[in-house]
Design a protein around this ligand. Structure first.
Ligand SMILES: c1ccc2c(c1)[nH]c1[nH]cn[n+]12
Length: 330
């Protein structure tokens, strides 16, 4: 269980390959420990997901399985890579690359608020990570400071998004099949936004707005300590306050990005693509730094090579049956 330190409950093959040491992170679904690969002494993070922590056996296994299959499929510089995977009766063990800078949550907390250029560098990388997930038909759905990890203690560092267990692979195939059948029994919302992928993707844009607000302001936009309304009511009404003491030093363009993401109507909310085109992010110095961090192997030529990589990796849109890839539509 979580508190015991005995290594005996670990899978033998995990034990043989890695030495697990101190706990470096704790989450709702388990803990993260620092591990050393015995053969190379390379450091890793081992995430231990306790199966019985979940209310019903079903969701536990399904969630963790979804997380693991997603972790193994995605490949982007700003997404956590999975090195290895083991399981026992009671737990899953996911070996992940170690992020020495820990969680964004603790960085913002210790600095009160991030300076704008650092917040912009991190936010740009989060946008690219989420753009990549969306182009692969994945909605994260649980973006929060605890799920954004930093590669080093320096302000200028790579960030990576983690915790996919809330992700839902867009069941487009299911929707397609539904629409092929007789429509007469289908409810109206099946045809409106509520069930199409467009609506779903917008939830991540909202969360990125909350993340940016926290990085720039040093406090959350919606919180039970603000006024008489419940957090849910504040969110449903999209009511937040940028207190002067914290926001006077933040540029109008940065505030504009936050305001356009924290829009209640998902159809009116700024999309990830639009956010990437926002004036606040057309900052050559930040873009060069970000691309140097994301694509260190790109030779000195830098810009051209990085742009080249960006155009391919960022938009590896999934083959969609709709455009007819010769598939029989029956
Ligand atoms: C602190 C908490 C969690 C962490 C971490 C440092 N490094 C890393 N890599 C994957 N998860 N994770």
């Amino acid at each position: 269980d979580l508190m015991s330190d005995d290594q005996s409950s670990l899978p033998r093959d995990l034990q043989e390959k890695y030495l697990l040491t101190r706990r470096i992170g704790i989450g709702v679904c388990g803990e993260v420990r620092l591990a050393f690969e015995r053969s190379t002494c390379r450091k890793f993070a081992v995430k231990i997901i306790n199966k019985k922590n979940f209310q019903s056996e079903g969701t536990a296994t399904r969630n963790a399985k979804t997380e693991i299959e997603i972790l193994q499929r995605v490949d982007h510089p700003c997404l956590i890579k999975t090195e290895d995977f083991y399981q026992t009766e009671e737990s899953f063990y996911i070996v992940l690359e170690l992020m020495e800078g820990g969680e964004l949550f603790h960085r913002v907390k210790s600095k009160q608020q991030l300076n704008e250029s650092v917040a912009k560098l991190y936010f740009y990388q989060m946008l690219r990570a989420v753009q990549y997930l969306h182009s692969n038909g994945i909605i994260h759905r649980d973006l929060k400071p605890e799920n954004i990890l930093l590669s080093s203690q320096d302000d200028v560092c790579l960030i990576k998004v983690t915790d996919f267990n809330q992700s839902r692979i867009l069941e487009e195939a299911v929707l397609m099949r539904t629409l092929c059948g007789t429509p007469s029994y289908l409810a109206p919302e099946v045809f409106t936004h509520a069930s199409t992928t467009g609506y779903g993707l917008a939830v991540d844009a909202w969360s990125l707005g909350v993340l940016l607000f926290v990085c720039l302001g040093g406090y959350p936009p919606f919180h039970e300590s603000f006024g008489h309304q419940s957090v849910t009511d504040q969110i449903i009404r999209g009511e937040f306050t940028m207190v002067q003491s914290k926001w006077k030093s933040v540029s109008d363009q940065a505030k504009d990005v936050v305001r356009k993401l924290l829009v209640v109507d998902p159809m009116k909310r700024m999309s990830i693509e639009e956010a990437l085109q926002h004036p606040w992010l057309q900052d050559q110095k930040m873009l060069e730094t970000a691309h140097r961090l994301m694509y260190p192997s790109a030779e000195g030529g830098g810009a051209a090579a990085a742009m080249e990589v960006e155009s391919t990796s960022g938009r590896n849109l999934r083959k969609r049956g709709r455009e007819g890839d010769g598939e029989e539509q029956h």
